[in-house]
Design a protein around this ligand. Structure first.
Ligand code: CA
Length: 236
């Protein structure tokens, strides 16, 4: 059974989330405290975490940051703040998606489903009717950079790279379209999904992180190049 951990201190919202997620067939574990939530995450190893930003104990950013050092559990952040800056901060500590309160429960359920589906595809779980499962399993080789879709692993010169789920998806998307100029909007749509709330800055931030991990000199990249006024191109 797919396990979802909800960490939210507003009791009414927490109960609503629990009720609605359980109705979709997920096993739901809840907490109203950041520190306790982190402990639960370590113990129950959820398939996905819905994490509020402002929490007693330990705030959501800190929980997210610690989680990211330990595993790749997809994290959907919830926040009452609306500025672009806060979104980017959330993404920088490793959240995979972001929703601003108030949000519709329907949209949240759709995003949770989409996030779980993407993780499953990338891990080779397949079973999606879109036919993209086999696509996710291919092995792509660019000199010393190897993307192994079956194992969900990327290695550089034989060393496994620790990529966040979104970095991995972005890299696969770029790599599959090697040589083509890809606009930020297209990348956003294909990697984050049509319903993603973040702006195109999100793409820039993730490209920067990938460069730091992949490029010999991240300040003058040769693998993921910027095409001014257009977007990005993966050179291999
Ligand atoms: Ca809160």
């Amino acid at each position: 059974m797919t396990k979802i951990l909800v960490v939210e201190d507003e009791a009414v919202l927490r109960d609503t989330l629990q009720y609605n997620l359980a109705r979709q067939g997920y096993e739901v574990i809840t907490s109203g405290d950041g520190r306790e939530g982190l402990g639960l995450a370590r113990r129950v190893k959820p398939d996905l975490m819905v994490l509020d930003l402002m929490l007693p104990g330990l705030d959501g950013l800190e929980v997210c940051r610690v989680m990211r050092q330990e595993n790749n559990t997809p994290i959907l952040m919830l926040t009452a703040k609306t500025t672009e800056v806060d979104k980017i901060v959330g993404l920088e500590v490793g959240a995979d998606d972001y929703m601003t309160k108030p949000f519709s429960m329907r949209e949240l359920l759709a995003r949770v489903k989409a996030m779980l589906r993407r993780v499953k595809l990338e891990r080779g779980g397949g079973g999606d009717a879109s036919g993209s499962a086999s696509d996710g399993k291919t092995r792509l080789v660019f000199d010393d950079l190897v993307l192994d879709g079956r194992r969900g692993e990327v290695t550089l010169a034989g060393r496994p790279l620790r990529l966040k789920p979104k970095e991995y998806e972005l890299l696969r998307f770029l790599a599959r379209n090697r040589g083509a100029v890809l606009s930020r909007d297209l990348i956003l749509e294909r990697v984050w999904g049509w319903d993603f709330a973040g702006g195109s800055r999100t793409v820039d931030v993730h490209v920067r992180w990938l460069r730091e991990k992949l490029e010999r000199d991240p300040s003058s990249p040769t693998r993921i190049v910027t095409v001014r006024g257009m977007g990005y191109r993966f050179e291999g």
